[in-house]
Structure formats: structure tokens, C-alpha cells
Design a protein around this ligand. Structure first.
Ligand SMILES: Cc1cc2nc3c(=O)[nH]c(=O)nc-3n(C[C@H](O)[C@H](O)[C@H](O)COP(=O)(O)OP(=O)(O)OC[C@H]3O[C@@H](n4cnc5c(N)ncnc54)[C@H](O)[C@@H]3O)c2cc1C
Length: 480
């Protein structure tokens, strides 16, 4: 029986990112993926939010994605555009990039890191004991792992086998999504509840609200034709679908992101409608939160309790996404009262403060993990500042490429002593002369030193080497 430190069920966006994070930390990780190749039927996610581009930049791989997508102001709330070009980030935009391309580029990185992917295999169940998990695979085989992570999507077998509750809301609306050819030129643009646009290769991508919620079979070209006629009065001579699919606004979240040695991430932990384009982004960021913690637990640096912070930090972020997508669905109705409500929201979101708040939420730049009282940076993303060091100029994100924690001392050189943690936390003396500015919050006072976790969030802010720094180092990076 094959043995790995971590087994990941599902090699979609979340599973791939998690595998990359674990491999960077030197952990023996393997993916089991049902699909025979990384090819994806249908386009699904249309792109990346700013914070996701930042986390990829933290690993030095953002350029691979930026080279293949289109940087633009893609953020929206209930289809109301939210411009973030004035946000203090190097990536003050979103990236239009279909999920199939995102997965292909990410899979190439994971492959460079040497992660084995068992393709065309399915996880069918598991049994955990005090020391590990036996993972059952289709075809009667199995593997053993210290930990198992279910990144196996909304219908997660792992979540069900772990008997983790998935409370939430049943669907209220169903949408058709398809890539098709049309004899006549359709009117490109948004419609109430959906829209028509160009897909890769010039075919037409259609998303339309269906008249009915209940369906017995798979969606057909006839269903699509009817939905087009209901909205536009014509089906534009629709034919030759590459694929037709259906999604709903079912909204659910796992009650717990961990049960013993089994964890959930991405769609396995939360499902919600695609309004606002947050699902893939949330999954990738779940993975970046979990990866270094799981790596430290597996390597014995930290106790298993560190994994509780994964649920504590990411469950509220998921809950916020569920909440805002429910509001967006409520605003996607086609009646005149909903139109009036959307006009009202549009007016509100044209004002600076509401726009910044909502854009911060949708872009992921406002994420604030509750690490207690203190400087506004505590629990928030570390900005990618241009530092000056004894060795020359340096970007903060460059320091995070190898996914190791960093103590950035901006005061007197040598002002902090972290010798007992020197094997796991890198200490950098640097200068920064510019403004400290956070998205949504604005300017904040310049800190003397910051302790940055591998996921790019700030774990401690202060000066010198007080007990609080030692506490933070112990909490996050284990006892010396
Ligand atoms: C129409 C639509 C539009 C969307 N638009 C956006 C958007 O614009 N922005 C955005 O951020 N998100 C968007 N999303 C959501 C996004 O597609 C998902 O959130 C994202 O794919 C979740 O990634 P994941 O890796 O967690 O799960 P998945 O992508 O579902 O991947 C799960 C993987 O696990 C595999 N698998 C499943 N079961 C097993 C098993 N038992 N054993 C082994 N392997 C298994 C599957 O084959 C799959 O590869 C959209 C979704 C839809 C439907």
C-alpha cells in the first residue's frame, strides 16, 4: 500500500494549490483525481480576484497567469461593477482567465514541484485511526496517509464519509450555462440573471435563468432555445453546443472544516452560486491558509491544535461569501421591484466608501483574521512593499516565495532577536520610507517590525523582542 504524509482527494483549483503549498514545505503529498486529464468540460470560473493574484505573486508564479489572461476591472456585486484601480496593491485589478487555463497553469507548477497525481482514480471512502487515514480508491486499491484533505468539490465524498454536516439553503433558482454556435449574431451583454458573451475560440457563451427549478434530466439544446426565446424573443438559431450545463444557487457550508485527520477545503467546504466570481478564489485561499499549517503539523513543528485555526479563520470567510452571494441572487431578479432595488444599490456603490467596502470583500483584499486587538495590520495581508535592505532593493512578496515565515524588522538593525526560531523563521532588517496604506482602511501607522506568516498574513506587529513576539512565534511556529 502506497504511503504519503498527506493525500488530497481532488485535483481541481483547491487541491492543486494545496499540493503546491505542501510540496514547497517539503511534505510528501499525493493527489487522487477522478478526471483522466486536467481538461475541463465547460468554462466555469471566469477569472481571479486581486487577492488570489497576490497569493500567487507571493509564490513567484503570478506572471504565468497574468501572461495568459487579461487584467481588467472584473469585480462586481450583483453585476454592479466595482473599480479597484485606486486600491493600494500592485494588482489593483482582476484577471479574466477561464478556469481551464487556470488549472492547466497551476497543474504545471505542481508538476514542477514533483507532486504525483493519480489520475482517473476516485476516492471512495476512508477509515481514520489515531495515527493516520486509510484512503480507499476505486478499483479496490488503497493508500495510507497521515492526513487526508477533501478538495473534491461540492458533492464531496470525503465530507459525506466524514459525516460532516452541510447546513444551508436549498436552491431557489436554476441557470443554464452553455457554449454554442449561433446562426444569427446575438446581442452580447448582460441580461437579468445572466448574459451572452464570447467564449474562447469565438463561440458564444450563454448564461440564462431557467423558468423552472426542478428538472429530471440533463439540460438540452431545446431547454436553451426556450430560455433564449423567453429572454430575447429569439434563439438566434442556436446549434452545435460544445457543452450545456446547469447550476443553482444552492448555498451550504460544512459545519466543521476538520474531523480528526480529515480536512475539507474549497467547494467541498462551501458551495454557493457564482455571482461575484468568488468560489475558485476562496478555495485557492483556503489552500494557502491550510498548507503551511498542515505542513508544520506533519513535520512535528506544531501540535495538531494549529489546524483548529484553519477552521477558525476560513469558516468566517466562507460564511461571508455565502452571505454576499445570497444577497446578489436576491438582486438578480427580473421584476421591476428588483430593478428598482438594483438601481438603488448601484447609486450606493457609486459612492466611495460603500464601493471600497464591497470591492474589498469581493476582491478578498479586506480579509481580516481575528488575531486579537492591536495594530490594524494584525491578521491582515502584508502589503507588497518595496523595501531597501543591505543587499539592495527587495519586494516583500519575494521573501515569501519559499512559503517560510519572515520577521521583518523595520527599526534599528538587529533590534529583534529570534535566535531560538532561527531554523524556521527568517529575519530581515529593512527600511521602508513610503506610506503604509491598506485596502478599505486607508493609511495606518508605520510598524517597527512585523511577523509575516507563510500565507502572507501578519501574526504580530511591534518593536524589539518582547514576550508578545515570543508568544506569537510559539503560537504560529512552534516551541523553539
Ligand atoms: C457557472 C460557474 C461559474 C463560476 N464562475 C466563477 C468565477 O467567476 N470565479 C470563481 O472564483 N469561481 C467561479 N465558479 C466556482 C468555481 O468553479 C469553483 O468554486 C471551483 O472549481 C472550486 O474548486 P475546487 O478545487 O474546490 O473544486 P472542483 O473544481 O469541483 O474540483 C474538485 C475536483 O475533485 C475531483 N473529484 C471529485 N470527486 C472526487 C473523488 N471522489 N475522488 C477523486 N477526485 C474527485 C473532480 O474531478 C475535480 O477535479 C463558477 C462555477 C460555476 C459552476
Amino acid at each position: 500500500m502506497a504511503k504519503h504524509a498527506v493525500a488530497i482527494a481532488g485535483g481541481g483549483p483547491t487541491g492543486l494549490m494545496l499540493a503546491g503549498e505542501l510540496a514547497l514545505a517539503g511534505i510528501d503529498v499525493a493527489i487522487v483525481e477522478r478526471r483522466a486529464s486536467q481538461e475541463l468540460d465547460g468554462s466555469r470560473s471566469g477569472g481571479l480576484q486581486s487577492r488570489t493574484i497576490e497569493v500567487l505573486d507571493q509564490r513567484g508564479i503570478a506572471d504565468r497567469f497574468l501572461a495568459e489572461g487579461q487584467a481588467m476591472q472584473v469585480q462586481s456585486f450583483a453585476r454592479i461593477p466595482l473599480d479597484i484601480s485606486d486600491f493600494p496593491t500592485r494588482h489593483n485589478y482582476g484577471l479574466a482567465l477561464w478556469q481551464s487555463h487556470f488549472e492547466r497553469i497551476l497543474a504545471a507548477w505542481v508538476s514542477e514541484l514533483g507532486v504525483p497525481i493519480a489520475r482517473g482514480r476516485e476516492v471512495t471512502g476512508f477509515a481514520q485511526d489515531d495515527t493516520g487515514v486509510d484512503v480507499e480508491l476505486s478499483g479496490g486499491q488503497s493508500l495510507r496517509a497521515d492526513y487526508l484533505v477533501g478538495c473534491d468539490g461540492g458533492r464531496s465524498v470525503i465530507r459525506k464519509a466524514a459525516d460532516i454536516e452541510f447546513p444551508g439553503w436549498d436552491p431557489s433558482t436554476s441557470w443554464l450555462i452553455a457554449e454554442v454556435e449561433m446562426d444569427e449574431e446575438p446581442e452580447i451583454g448582460m441580461r437579468a440573471g445572466g448574459g451572452i458573451g464570447r467564449a474562447d475560440g469565438g463561440s458564444v457563451r450563454v448564461v440564462l435563468t431557467e423558468q423552472h427549478l426542478e428538472h429530471t434530466g440533463e439540460p438540452t439544446l431545446q431547454d436553451l432555445s426556450e430560455a433564449l426565446i423567453a429572454v430575447d424573443g429569439t434563439d438566434y438559431g442556436v446549434h452545435s453546443p460544445t457543452w450545456i450545463s446547469r447550476f443553482t444557487d444552492m448555498t451550504r457550508q460544512a459545519a466543521s472544516y476538520r474531523k480528526g485527520r480529515v480536512l475539507l477545503a474549497g467547494d467541498a467546504a462551501h458551495v454557493h452560486p457564482p455571482q461575484g466570481g468568488q468560489g475558485l478564489n476562496t478555495g485557492v485561499q483556503d489552500a494557502v491558509n491550510l498548507g503551511w499549517k498542515l505542513a508544520q503539523v506533519v513535520s512535528g513543528t506544531s501540535p495538531i491544535g494549529l489546524l483548529d485555526t484553519y477552521h477558525a479563520e476560513r469558516h468566517p470567510v466562507g460564511a461571508c461569501v455565502l452571505h454576499n452571494t445570497m444577497a446578489q441572487v436576491a438582486l438578480s431578479g427580473t421584476d421591476e421591484r428588483t430593478d428598482a432595488l438594483r438601481d438603488t444599490m448601484t447609486e450606493l456603490l457609486s459612492m466611495d466608501e460603500p464601493r471600497k467596502r464591497f470591492a474589498g470583500m469581493i476582491s478578498g483584499l479586506d480579509i481580516h483574521y481575528d488575531l486579537g486587538e492591536g495594530h490594524p495590520l494584525l491578521g491582515r495581508r502584508m502589503p507588497d512593499l518595496d523595501l531597501v535592505t543591505a543587499d539592495g532593493p527587495l519586494r516583500v512578496f519575494t521573501l515569501l516565495h519559499d512559503a517560510k515565515p519572515v520577521l521583518l524588522n523595520l527599526g534599528e538593525p538587529g533590534g529583534s532577536d529570534i535566535t531560538p526560531w532561527a531554523d524556521r523563521v527568517r529575519m530581515i532588517d529593512a527600511e521602508y520610507v513610503g506610506l503604509w496604506e491598506l485596502p478599505v482602511l486607508g493609511a495606518v501607522t508605520a510598524p517597527g517590525a512585523v511577523l509575516i506568516r507563510p500565507d502572507g498574513y501578519v501574526a504580530w506587529v511591534g518593536e524589539g523582542t518582547g514576550t508578545r513576539l515570543r508568544d506569537a512565534l510559539t503560537t504560529w511556529f512552534g516551541t523553539p
